[in-house]
Ligand binder design. Structure first.
Ligand SMILES: Cc1cc2nc3c(=O)[nH]c(=O)nc-3n(C[C@H](O)[C@H](O)[C@H](O)COP(=O)(O)OP(=O)(O)OC[C@H]3O[C@@H](n4cnc5c(N)ncnc54)[C@H](O)[C@@H]3O)c2cc1C
Ligand code: SF4
Length: 511
């Protein structure tokens, strides 16, 4: 009996490096398939990241004495068949893919050997435990799940079972608008890397691909090995963690990353594990507690909430949700995606322009840019949830099906009718004006709802509330805003509706 191991591109986990090499070694295969690339126009930097990280990982395994086959191919099945035959493999082992479509694809490969799916080590909560937790509840709330996780993994807990800092949540301290006059408002430069020879070769390959791609590739600086990913984590812990919280939601022109950690691409590829990130952050908090420069709890709790809370929760929801989740459309939004999503230079809405331009340059924006600018716009403008989900999946360096569906279909678009979010994340220009400096350089007026200078976020927002009033009245957390809508005159509501319609006529006329 010969066991073979197939390592997928987003499973570059350390566990593989622990496999014994030498005479009793299993053959290992990694496949760089174009089938994957042809499924959507991926960001060029995403392709470079995944393929370069795979090539580096394969090279590390080879250096450790493993028998590694690395193949560039059109599809997955043909190279697998050749390799299985050549090595007389009777059992193929692969870590369970996180994405359901890929699980389905593996199940249908029709290979001449048994396939064993191994447990996936990229999350703290085993799937079955999440399902048990979710099935035991009337309503799924992040806050409940997060507290459960804090207790279960004993993170930031006092021996008496109470949370460190005497509260579970410090979000209120973490919503400061950007204030350049604040002496602490001095974001450190992010750590980027120069592409080495392996990455350069992949860059050349991606530049000459014969299929549509997205984004720019003139400056690629992402980490492509575990050791580089660990340097990013170290830099975050030593230069960013103690100011991570307060400006977590701020958006500033020319400051692409602020104090964010930039580790999602590495967590999602398996180069870092959530457990080690949480452990490092928590240890740093304790180590500095009695020093001259302690870290305030809101920074540490804020980061841990993202990983132990949101990341685990989103993945759990993905597993818990039904097969039709990707097709849900609670508001029945049908407008196509405006073409400027693929070309930032085509929009004169400055907030959209800034976030889209950054996405083209990096494949990255932080959470609030994703949620409250890009997703918010798609939601209030009535764009199809599936169209915006497809765009996010193409455009982002850290996008995978497991993280896309709950974040875009659920949180961003509320297309699941509130399975995971307690209210739609819909906002007018007021929010963007408060949390960013974008409006200052915009041709539209964030305070105006109708007329030539009106900000489209305003008429789309009020039109969204008006169009969906009936559905929204059942949503406790938003119903009080409907009272403001009631105070508007009928002619103004009509004008708002016409502005929204007119915008779509102009922007979709070329499609
Ligand atoms: C519409 C939308 C789309 C998103 N798409 C993705 C995506 O494709 N891939 C992705 O990893 N995250 C996604 N997120 C979540 C979040 O925006 C990114 O994880 C984060 O911006 C990554 O940057 P960072 O590493 O600097 O994060 P930080 O702000 O430093 O946060 C630390 C970590 O927390 C985790 N995290 C926080 N929130 C979430 C969340 N909602 N879901 C999953 N992980 C979370 C990430 O691993 C992140 O690295 C999306 C959120 C929204 C609202
Ligand atoms: S005025 Fe409106 S469109 Fe312009 S940046 Fe502000 S929110 Fe965006």
């Amino acid at each position: 009996m010969t066991i073979g191991i197939w390592i997928l591109g987003d499973q570059l986990c350390q566990d593989y490096l622990a496999i014994p090499s030498g005479s009793d070694q299993c053959p290992i295969i990694l496949i760089e398939s174009l089938e994957y690339v042809r499924s959507r126009p991926y960001h060029q930097q995403k392709l470079v990241l995944v393929w370069s990280a795979m090539r580096h990982f394969a090279s590390e395994l080879k250096q450790q004495g493993h028998s590694v086959t690395y193949i560039e191919a059109e599809d997955f099945r043909s190279p697998l068949l050749d390799w299985i035959t050549a090595h007389h493999i009777t059992e193929l082992r692969v870590i369970t893919p996180l994405d359901k479509p890929f699980r389905h694809q593996i199940a249908n490969l029709d290979l001449p050997c048994a396939i064993t799916l191994l447990p996936n080590p990229q999350f703290l909560w085993p799937t079955d435990d999440f399902l048990q937790w979710a099935n035991s509840r009337k309503r799924l709330l992040l806050e409940d799940f997060y507290r459960e996780g804090r207790k279960r993994f004993n993170v930031l807990m006092q021996p008496n079972g109470k949370p460190i800092g005497h509260a579970w949540n410090f979000d209120k301290e973490n919503r400061k608008p950007p204030k350049k006059s604040d002496p602490h408002f001095n974001p450190p430069a992010p750590l980027w890397f120069h592409p080495d020879a392996i990455t350069q070769t992949v860059i050349e390959k991606v530049k000459t691909l014969d299929c549509p791609t997205y984004g720019k590739l003139d400056r690629f600086g992402w980490a492509v090995t575990r050791s580089q990913a660990l340097q990013v984590l170290d830099t975050f812990i030593h230069q960013r963690l103690d100011t991570f919280g307060p400006y977590e939601d701020a958006m500033v022109t020319g400051e692409d990353t602020l104090w964010h950690s930039l580790i999602s691409p590495y967590l999602n590829l398996g180069l870092l594990t959530p457990g080690e990130v949480i452990h490092r952050v928590e240890s740093e908090f304790y180590a500095r507690q009695d020093t001259d420069h302690p870290i305030a709890i809101n920074n540490v709790e804020g980061l841990i909430r993202q990983i132990l809370g949101w990341r685990e929760y989103m993945r759990g929801i993905y597993e818990w949700s039904d097969a039709d989740y990707p097709t849900l459309n609670w508001f029945n939004h049908q407008h196509p995606l405006p073409p400027f999503f693929w070309d930032a230079s085509q929009t004169d809405l400055n907030c959209l322009h800034q976030c889209l331009d950054q996405t083209e340059r990096l494949g990255y924006t932080h959470h609030i840019q994703r949620l409250m600018v890009l997703n918010n716009f798609a939601l209030i403008a009535g764009i199809s949830p599936q169209a915006i989900e497809q765009w996010f999946h193409s455009a982002y360096i850290d996008a995978y099906d497991w993280v896309m569906q709950p974040n875009v279909i659920g949180m961003g678009q509320y297309a699941d009718g509130g399975m995971l979010a307690s209210k739609p994340y819909a906002a007018s220009a007021n929010y963007i004006n408060k949390m960013s400096d974008y409006c200052k350089s915009c041709r539209y007026d964030p305070k105006v709802r109708t007329g030539e200078t009106a900000c489209p976020f305003n008429y789309f927002y009020w039109d969204f509330l008006d169009r969906h009033r009936e559905k929204l009245t059942t949503q406790g957390r938003i119903s009080f805003i409907l009272k403001n809508l009631d105070k508007m005159s009928a002619p103004e509501r009509q004008q708002i509706h016409q502005s929204a319609q007119h915008w779509h006529q102009i922007h979709n006329s070329g499609q």
